[in-house]
Design a binder for this molecule. Structure first.
Ligand code: KIV
Length: 272
C-alpha cells in the first residue's frame, strides 16, 4: 500500500476559509476501526478526544481519564490510521498539563510516542506557559476555548460560553494569546455563532468549531454522536448522519432470534 501524503500541522495552520480554503473536517475516534472509518471517509484530522471518558468508557464527565488511558487509545487510532493522510491529534486530559512544565512535557511526549502528531489542550491565556513549553519541544499544539469540558465544575455545568460582550472579548483575547504562544489551530466549543466569527476573523490560524455555528474554518463532531451510536442526549449542535445505535440493536435482535429458533448457524455456516 502506498503511503498517502500526510496532512501536517503547518499545512493545517495555513488553512483559512477567508483565504479561499475548504473548511477543515475533524472527527473524534478512539480505536483502530474508528480511525479506519474516518480515514476512508476522507476526514482531514482525527482527534482522540478525552470525550473517550464519556462516549466509550461510560463516565459522566471527561475528568476521569488519565494520560495512560489517552495514550492507549491514541496508539490504537494511530495503528488504524497508519499510511493514511489524516493527522492524528491526541487530547491532553485534565491535570496532565496543570502541575508543572516538566510534567506537561512528559505527558505530551507520551501521546506523541503513542502516535499523535499534535496534542490539544483546553484553556486560554493561563495555559500560555505550558503551550510555549510544548511548542518549544517541537510538538504542535491545538488550543481549545469556549466551553471547555474539563472546567465543567468551575463553569457550573456544560454551558454555552461568551454570551456577554465581555465574554466575547475574553475569547478573542484568549485566542490571540494562544496564537502568540504557537498554537497551529484552535477548537471553539459551545459559543454563539457571532462570537465564533469574531474569534475566527481575529486570528491567522484556523478555528475548528463544535456548537459554534458555521463561521469557523472547520468543524468537529464526536464519532458516536454523528453516527447515532450515542443517542441518550442530543445536543442542538449535533447532526446525526446515521442511526448505527438503532441499527446495531436491530441486528443483535435478529441474531438472537435466529439462535433461539435454530436458524443460525445453517449448513453453509458450519464446517463439515
Ligand atoms: O474530547 C473531545 O472530543 C473534544 C471535542 C469535542 C473537540 O475535545
Amino acid at each position: 500500500m502506498s503511503e498517502a501524503k500526510k496532512l501536517t500541522a503547518p499545512a493545517v495552520r495555513a488553512r483559512k476559509v477567508s483565504n479561499g480554503d475548504a473548511p477543515l473536517v475533524m472527527v473524534t475516534a478512539y480505536d483502530a476501526p474508528g480511525a479506519r472509518i474516518a480515514d476512508a471517509a476522507g476526514v482531514d484530522l482525527i482527534l482522540v478526544g478525552d470525550s473517550l471518558a464519556m462516549v466509550v468508557l461510560g463516565y459522566d464527565d471527561t475528568l476521569q481519564v488519565t494520560t495512560a488511558d489517552m495514550a492507549h487509545h491514541v496508539a490504537a487510532v494511530a495503528r488504524g490510521a497508519r499510511g493514511s493522510k489524516t493527522l492524528v491529534v491526541g487530547d491532553l486530559p485534565w491535570l496532565s498539563y496543570h502541575v508543572s512544565v516538566e510534567d506537561t512535557l512528559r505527558n505530551a511526549a507520551l501521546l506523541v510516542r503513542a502516535g499523535a502528531t499534535a496534542v490539544k489542550l483546553e484553556g486560554g491565556r493561563k495555559r500560555v506557559p505550558m503551550i510555549e513549553a510544548i511548542v518549544d519541544a517541537e510538538i504542535p499544539v491545538m488550543g481549545h476555548i469556549g466551553l471547555t469540558p474539563q472546567s465543567v465544575h468551575a463553569m457550573g455545568g456544560f454551558k454555552v460560553q461568551g454570551k456577554e460582550a465581555n465574554g466575547a472579548q475574553v475569547l478573542v483575547d484568549d485566542a490571540k494569546a494562544l496564537v502568540d504562544a504557537g498554537c497551529f489551530s484552535i477548537v471553539l466549543e459551545g459559543v454563539p455563532d457571532a462570537v465564533a466569527k469574531l474569534v475566527t476573523d481575529a486570528v491567522p490560524v484556523p478555528t475548528i468549531g463544535i456548537g459554534a455555528g458555521p463561521h469557523c474554518d472547520g468543524q468537529v463532531l464526536v464519532f458516536h454522536d454523528l453516527l447515532g451510536i450515542e443517542d441518550r442526549i442530543s445536543p442542538k449542535f449535533v447532526r446525526r448522519y446515521a442511526n448505527l445505535g438503532a441499527d446495531a440493536i436491530a441486528a443483535m435482535q435478529a441474531y438472537a432470534a435466529d439462535v433461539r429458533s435454530g436458524a443460525f448457524p445453517n449448513d453453509a455456516e458450519s464446517y463439515h
